[in-house]
Ligand binder design. Structure first.
Ligand SMILES: Nc1nc2c(ncn2[C@@H]2O[C@H](COP(=O)(O)OP(=O)(O)OP(=O)(O)O)[C@@H](O)[C@H]2O)c(=O)[nH]1
Ligand SMILES: [Mg+2]
Length: 198
């Protein structure tokens, strides 16, 4: 049973004018193409193919808004670092992301999805910089942890922790084994709760 019985897809946006009204609270899921953003959302919401997943990198090219319950949303951001997109598409992506992060008052936190085998890339660092610029808290999901032996995964976690320092929290995650599911959901709820303080 889903922890979010009211969860539903709202809409996809390709321009700021199409974003859903900037009310309530939302958490954005960002990460490289194919890192596992949509899969992580499906595990956290506990619904199969809720956010669409794909073996083809670059599947999610739009900003996808989902409601969790009244006043709480998650946003599946378009993946980055996909080699086959044109310079024009890349520029469109950068402008869309800059608009999103700079204008979204309801944004409470970012989940940065990173393939545990790849560690942080320059694109991830760019997302961390976007978040830092607007004082947004970041939680990193080192996903596909099922692909590494336990010791290797622990080392990867330490490496990323060392690089992030106090700038973000980080955990292991797997959409396949559902490792880290509860911790991720608790962090999501903690971010969404910020809105209740105001
Ligand atoms: N083994 C394993 N595979 C995973 C995991 N998470 C995602 N995958 C696979 O990785 C591929 C990409 O997953 P998606 O969730 O579609 O990735 P995404 O980040 O949403 O990709 P884009 O929307 O293209 O940016 C799919 O084939 C998934 O089945 C995981 O934790 N373990
Ligand atoms: Mg996706």
């Amino acid at each position: 049973m889903s922890q979010y019985p009211q969860a539903a897809f709202i809409k996809s946006a390709n321009a700021p004018s199409q974003f859903v009204p900037d009310e309530g609270a939302e958490v954005a899921f960002a990460g490289r193409s194919n890192a596992g953003k949509s899969s992580a959302i499906n595990v956290i919401v506990n619904r199969r193919q809720f956010a669409r997943t794909s073996k083809t990198p670059g599947r999610t090219q739009l900003v996808n808004f989902f409601t969790l319950r009244d006043g709480a949303r998650i946003v599946d951001l378009p993946g980055y670092g996909f080699a086959k997109v044109s310079g024009k598409m890349r520029e469109h992506w950068a402008n869309l992301m800059a608009d999103y992060f700079e204008t979204r008052a309801s944004l409470r936190g970012m989940f940065l999805i990173v393939d545990i085998r790849r560690q942080l890339t320059d694109f991830d660092r760019q997302m961390l910089a976007f978040a830092d610029a607007v004082g947004l808290p970041v939680h990193v999901l080192l996903t596909k942890a099922d692909k590494l032996k336990r010791g290797q995964a622990a080392n990867a976690l330490l490496e990323v922790k060392k690089e992030l320092g106090d700038n973000a929290t980080v955990q292991q995650f797997s959409a396949l084994s559902r490792q880290g599911e509860t911790e991720a959901r608790e962090q999501l709820e903690a971010f969404l709760d910020f809105s209740l303080v105001e």
